[in-house]
Every structure is written in structure tokens, then in C-alpha cells.
Design a protein around this ligand. Structure first.
Ligand code: ADP
Ligand code: ZN
Ligand code: MG
Length: 448
């Protein structure tokens, strides 16, 4: 709470009395075996175009869709991970619009009763999470000197989750933090790779700027942003653009804008001054959905440990530094490795913070893919360190024993002889001693 107020304040300072208002729409492609409404493979990335298609996902007349249960369960899991309310009754609706990547003329989506509503990450409220089908992919190419657009239907009908937030963000940095957490949660749940590069996670940011606490009655939608870095940059640029317009007395046009990384600007793609009418109506070919309270409870119970629980665990139970714990928990496999190593280390008096340090700074979990390997290595290093210290200690004792004159001088306050004694110990160790260790042990011995 405090942190966000601080952010809001910083933001207002930065934006000279304007507050940025941002809401997100996040699309996540589910990694189910088959598509949303047919039996074709949903694993489409990098496949030969139009090889994973059938009458249903090609949108041929008369083809009948049937629902993928795994996709429903995955979407409910995601909602429950955010603490959302699952709707016991839900349904699919047809959303009509014309575009070459949508041959049916409508997308099967969900309108007024999404699978789940509500839920939060930190202070950001999630409005709804619904399930729909992905569209085909348009591939723009130059063929025989002509510009053509080709259609690949492998993606058509792949289950697509849409998560919509309330316009609760005021800082572009928080937006990135949020989407990273959504990505992590989807991965922990094992429902999607949520890779931005592969398009399995796609982001749209709605941006407006306010002079008071009210949410403005317009918004600009930023689309086709394919990295976290660009998302933040695009929002920052868009906020500045809008403030400039408003400050000079102009109105901001409600429109969809893209982001041009090379030019460092957002640019108009499509103005939509009136809301588009999709003529939604219930999908007549798919029976309504019912989810019992028992089923919802069962799914809740089956959820794995989520990133935030792991985060708390690493920090408060193991004492791992916050920045290190973020690096470890970014990959579920590293968390498992860490926990195993920490368990083994406990028996050998190896601290979990040392394990975390070696994993993050020295990448030691890569060198030793098994936790036991890492522990063995740490023990070996500690033993070698011991052996070294032993040798130095012996040499120090010998030098002190055999050089009474300088030792007495030191005792009488002539600390300058320390350098001379260090030299003798080095000679004893044939120059292989660590001078800091020699000095430390020598001082201990001299002050006995
Ligand atoms: P629409 O009806 O056009 O889809 P919604 O009100 O459903 O618009 O909101 C869609 C998205 O836009 C949500 O993520 C929401 O948080 C965000 N949003 C709504 N109003 C604003 C605003 N004034 N500024 C920024 N984002 C907004
Ligand atoms: Zn199909
Ligand atoms: Mg949608």
C-alpha cells in the first residue's frame, strides 16, 4: 500500500500533476494437446503451414465444434491462482467481425459470463478471465515481386485465454512487473509456455492520463507489442504524447496505436470513436457449461505452489536475498534444485545463502545438474580451504618460534616488523601463501 502511494507520488511529480491510468488485456495461448473445438494439434509454432487443420478450425459451413475440457480446467486454474470467483454457470458466445484470419465471420469467445471474475495480483484487480479461440495467422510476404498475404490456419482454433485487468496501474514499471508475474504463474501451473517471442503471450495496454482521481472517459489501446521492454517504452511514450496534447488544449483521440521501436514513437493504426458492435449472441452449437463447487474446490486443492509462496519461502525461511530469490524462482527447476541442495546442505552445515549465492553468481546448478553434485563440490572447496589455512598456520607458528627478536620487537610496539615476518612466512610457503590469510593468522599468533 505504502509502496504504491509512493509510486503514485513519484509518477505525479514526473508527469506534472497528471496521473497515468493503465489497464491491461493479456492473451495466453494454452499448451493443450488439441485445439479448443476440434481434435487438431494445438502445438502449432514453427509447423508447416496448414497441416494441422480440419473442417472445424477452417470454419467450413456445417462443421460442429466440441469443447476441450483440458482448456477449461487450465483457465479455471489460472483464475483460482489469482483468487478469482469461478462462475458455476458459464457459456460461449459468438463475437462477429470480418477479417481474413477468421473465415467463420465470428470468433467463439465469452461475453457476459466469463469462466471467472475478480482476483488480484498485489493491488491490481483482475476484472475477468475468459476463454476463446485463436485466429489464423496472416503471413505478409513478397512473392514474385508482389506483396501478398498468406493465411496459415494451424493457429486457428488454438485455445486462448484472455485476462482483463481493471485500470489500476499508474506506473509503466508496475505493468511490466504484473505481466512478468502472470507469465510466471502460467508457467508454474504448466498451462502455457507464455513466451512473448512465440506469441503464446500477447499484451495490449490501454492508456489514458487523468488530472483528478477519476478514470478518464477515453482510452488509447496499444497493440502488437512483443516484448516487456517495448511494452514499458510504448506506455511511457504514449503517456508523454497524451500529456502534451492535453496541455496544449487538444483532445486525445480514442484509437488503437502501434509501437515503432526504430522511430521511438507510437503511431495510429485504427480510430474507433464508436464502440464496435460485435453482435454477440450465445453459441448455439455448444451447450452451456456448469462447474460444481466440488469441482472448483478440487481444482483449488490441486494447484501447485505458486511463485509468491515460493518467494516468501525463499526469503523468510531460507534467508535468501530478495534479488537472488527472484532469479531462482524464475525457473521452477531451479527452485527444486535449490530446495534439494538446501536439504542436503543442512546435514553438512552448509548455509542455504551460500547455495543461493553459488547458483546465482557462479551458475553452479548448470555445472552440477544434480543437487548432490553441488553439495559435494562445496564440501571439497571447504576442505581445500581448510587445508590451505592449516599450512599457513603451521608456517606462521614456525616463523614465530624461530624468530624471537622481531617477535619481541612487535611486542614492544614496533608493528613495522610485521612486513618482515610476513615475508618470512611467504618464504616458508615458497611464495604460495595468501598474504591476507598470512597477515591475519600472524597477528593472532603474535598477540597470544
Ligand atoms: P471496452 O468496453 O472498450 O472493451 P473496457 O472498459 O471493457 O473497454 O476496458 C477494456 C480495458 O481497458 C481494461 O483492461 C480496462 O482496465 C482498460 N481501461 C478502461 N478504461 C480505461 C482508461 N480510461 N484508461 C486506461 N485503461 C482503461
Ligand atoms: Zn481442427
Ligand atoms: Mg478477446
Amino acid at each position: 500500500m505504502k509502496k504504491s502511494n509512493q509510486l503514485r507520488k513519484n509518477n505525479q511529480l514526473r508527469y506534472k500533476n497528471f496521473t497515468a491510468v493503465i489497464g491491461l488485456e493479456v492473451h495466453i495461448e494454452l499448451s493443450t494437446k488439441s485445439k479448443m473445438f476440434c481434435g487438431c494439434s494445438a502445438d502449432h509454432f514453427g509447423r508447416l503451414p496448414n497441416t494441422q487443420v480440419c473442417p472445424v478450425c477452417l470454419g467450413l459451413p456445417g462443421a460442429l465444434p466440441y469443447v476441450n475440457k483440458e482448456a477449461l480446467l487450465s483457465t479455471l486454474k489460472l483464475g483460482l491462482a489469482f483468487g478469482a470467483q469461478v462462475n458455476n454457470f458459464s457459456k460461449f458466445d459468438r463475437k462477429h467481425y470480418f477479417y481474413p484470419d477468421l473465415p467463420k465471420g465470428y470468433q467463439i469467445s465469452q461475453y457476459d459470463i466469463p469462466l471467472s471474475q475478480g482476483g488480484k495480483i498485489g493491488e491490481i484487480r483482475i476484472r475477468r478471465i475468459h476463454l476463446e479461440e485463436d485466429t489464423a495467422k496472416l503471413v505478409h510476404q513478397t512473392l514474385d515481386g508482389k506483396k501478398v498475404s498468406l493465411i496459415d490456419f494451424n493457429r486457428s482454433g488454438v485455445p486462448l485465454v484472455e485476462l482483463v485487468t481493471e485500470p489500476d496501474f499508474n506506473d509503466p514499471k508496475d505493468v511490466v512487473g504484473f505481466v512478468k508475474e502472470v507469465q510466471l504463474i502460467a508457467r508454474y501451473l504448466g498451462i502455457s509456455s507464455a513466451d512473448m517471442e512465440k506469441g503464446s503471450m500477447r499484451l495490449e495496454a490501454n492508456v489514458s492520463v487523468a488530472k483528478d482521481a477519476k478514470v478518464p472517459d477515453y482510452k488509447v489501446e496499444l497493440k502488437n507489442i512483443n516484448s516487456f521492454k517495448f511494452l514499458e517504452k510504448a506506455i511511457v511514450l504514449e503517456i508523454a504524447r497524451q500529456i502534451k496534447l492535453i496541455t496544449s488544449g487538444e483532445a486525445v483521440v480514442q484509437e488503437t496505436r502501434g509501437y515503432d521501436e526504430a522511430k521511438g514513437t507510437t503511431f495510429s493504426q485504427r480510430t474507433k470513436e464508436e464502440a464496435q458492435d460485435y453482435r454477440y449472441f450465445p453459441e448455439p452449437d455448444i451447450p452451456p457449461l456448469r462447474f460444481s463447487d466440488e469441482l472448483v474446490k478440487e481444482i483449488s486443492r490441486s494447484l501447485p505452489e505458486l511463485p509468491d509462496q515460493v518467494r516468501k519461502h525463499l526469503i523468510s525461511e531460507y534467508g535468501v536475498r530478495a534479488d537472488y530469490s527472484e532469479i531462482i524462482l524464475a525457473d521452477r527447476k531451479r527452485v527444486e534444485f535449490f530446495e534439494k541442495a538446501a536439504g542436503l546442505g543442512r546435514e553438512e552445515n552448509i548455509s542455504p545463502t551460500l547455495i543461493a549465492e553459488l547458483m546465482v553468481n557462479k551458475n553452479m546448478d548448470k555445472d552440477f545438474p544434480e543437487a548432490t553434485g553441488l553439495i559435494k563440490r562445496i564440501l571439497e572447496l571447504t576442505r581445500r580451504q581448510y587445508a590451505k589455512a592449516n599450512a599457513v598456520e603451521k608456517a606462521v607458528k614456525k616463523v614465530v618460534r624461530e624468530n624471537q627478536k622481531p617477535v619481541n620487537d612487535y611486542g614492544q610496539g614496533k608493528v613495522a616488523v610485521l612486513g618482515f615476518l610476513i615475508g618470512l612466512v611467504q618464504k616458508e610457503l615458497k611464495g604460495k601463501g595468501d598474504s591476507k590469510m598470512i597477515k591475519d593468522l600472524l597477528v593472532v599468533e603474535l598477540e597470544k
